[in-house]
Write a protein that binds this ligand. Sequence first.
Ligand code: 5GP
Ligand code: ZN
Length: 110
Amino acid sequence: MCIFCKIAAGEIPANRIYEDDELIVFKDIAPIAKIHLLCVPKEHYARLSELTPAREAVLARALRLIAENAVAWGLGEGYRLVVNQGENAGQSVQHLHIHILGGERLGWGE
Ligand code: 5GP
Ligand code: ZN
């Protein structure tokens, strides 16, 4: 089982912010911004190229979940979503996840 599957199954602890049947949100263990959350579909797959209509629906719901909770999660002044895909992006966990970054002014291309 991959590390995010283990977190989803409750086998490894994580600082959980939100959870339902299909999605889990928890704090990244090595934050690169003041607020760094991970929104993870519980189903294991690694890439957007593996999307199906069912997975697509869960991901769309993830985006709405993030938008609806942004203020509650301390992201009211803005945030950035990142989905690393593959080698060149440095994807280190092969289980699809959305990074949620914020809590401060984020650099871009500096
Ligand atoms: P990637 O590089 O695959 O886009 O992102 C993986 C992220 O997962 C990294 O930001 C890393 O810090 C985070 N991460 C890796 N292992 C764990 C863990 O066991 N717990 C938590 N909370 N985050 C993790
Ligand atoms: Zn997994």
